[in-house]
Design a protein around this ligand. Structure first.
Ligand code: SF4
Length: 323
């Protein structure tokens, strides 16, 4: 049984449906990438799984989210609160949204293990410093006493990762955890996060717009476009034979060694706003392979013999052609 299984999930925010029938599963200890451009629904997926949709006036309109056998879409908020932080932890894009600016960072990590694991002050401090050392924070015992404003962006995000791990969760959801950081340390932080979750057997959902990060870190990937799943598959398989034109375009966007400056292939156009989703395949206005049925008929998410799931009218022929 998957640790987390999301099925046919649709949400409603003020009468609009930014997520439309999405599904995916994460096994214990697995790293799942959720990838797509801004506006594809990645962060809303994270908020929905965390039970935080009501904070932005949204609700689950249809579908199921099962975590270790418990249905989350109907879980009362007091029960959800016990799950958050303890069994499912969240790492946001900007560390300052997770850190209290007037509290020493060590005390903020301690708080998590004291609340969720019942540790006393001394045991919590020892655990926090050990975690900080594992996250390669230099002089961890000193930094423990610092305030967030005394730390660099990369150090702050390491503190947030330590907070996420402090209660030994089963699942961490990391929403673009390096977006706010200097490009030179982004890969280091992802690498550290991956090392720590692999060591501890923690499942990770890594949300990113960058297929390069998926290649670096993930076991499987779900590609979202305009609130629907475009494709999902194992990472090696999807890089070897991407079926959906959007996946192919995202892979073409990864900078490669030897690439001339300015030659990065972008994807023409942008993700439509939720109020203006086109009929049929939502990618059709940007798709260089669009054919007769694409503007009128929604492509169903099909399970191909290779194990891939793809929502494209021509995925089958492309798989045969690529095999
Ligand atoms: Fe392109 Fe048509 Fe496939 Fe959509 S269904 S991705 S428009 S070929």
């Amino acid at each position: 049984m998957a640790l987390l299984a999301v099925r046919d999930l649709s949400i409603d925010i003020a009468g609009i449906k930014p997520l439309d029938g999405i599904g995916f599963a994460v096994d214990k200890g697995e790293i799942l990438g959720i990838v797509g451009e801004s506006g594809s629904g990645k962060s809303l997926t994270a908020l929905t799984v965390m039970g935080l949709l009501p904070l932005i006036g949204g609700r689950v309109a249809r579908g199921s989210i099962r975590f270790d056998g418990t249905e989350l879409t109907t879980l009362p908020e007091p029960d959800f609160r016990r799950l958050r932080g303890r069994r499912i932890a969240f790492i946001t894009q900007n560390p300052m949204t997770s850190l209290d600016p007037v509290m020493r960072v060590g005390a903020q990590i301690d708080q998590v293990s004291r609340l969720h694991l019942g540790l006393d002050a001394k045991a919590a401090q020892a655990r926090s410093i050990a975690l900080m050392e594992r996250l390669r924070l230099p002089s961890a015992a000193t930094v423990y006493h610092h305030y967030p404003h005394q730390l660099s962006g990369g150090m702050k995000q390491r503190i947030v990762i330590a907070m996420a791990l402090a209660a030994d969760p089963d699942l961490i959801i990391a929403d673009e955890p390096t977006t706010a950081l200097d490009v030179t340390i982004q890969a280091q932080i992802v690498q550290l996060l991956v090392e720590l979750v692999r060591d501890r057997g923690v499942a990770l959902i890594l949300i990113t717009h960058d297929m390069g990060v998926v290649a670096q870190a993930c076991d499987r990937v779900v590609v979202l476009y305009a609130g629907r799943v475009a494709e999902s598959h194992g990472v090696q398989a999807i890089f070897a034979a991407p079926r959906h034109p959007y996946t192919q375009a995202l892979i073409r966007c990864i900078p490669r060694d030897g690439m001339a400056p300015g030659s990065l292939a972008g994807i023409p156009g942008s993700v439509p706003s939720v109020a203006n989703y086109p009929a049929g395949c939502r990618f059709h206005p940007r798709c260089d392979r669009a054919g007769a049925p694409c503007a009128a008929t929604v492509p169903p998410l099909e399970h191909l013999p290779s194990g891939a799931e793809v929502a494209c009218h021509f995925a089958e022929t492309r798989e045969v052609a690529n095999a």
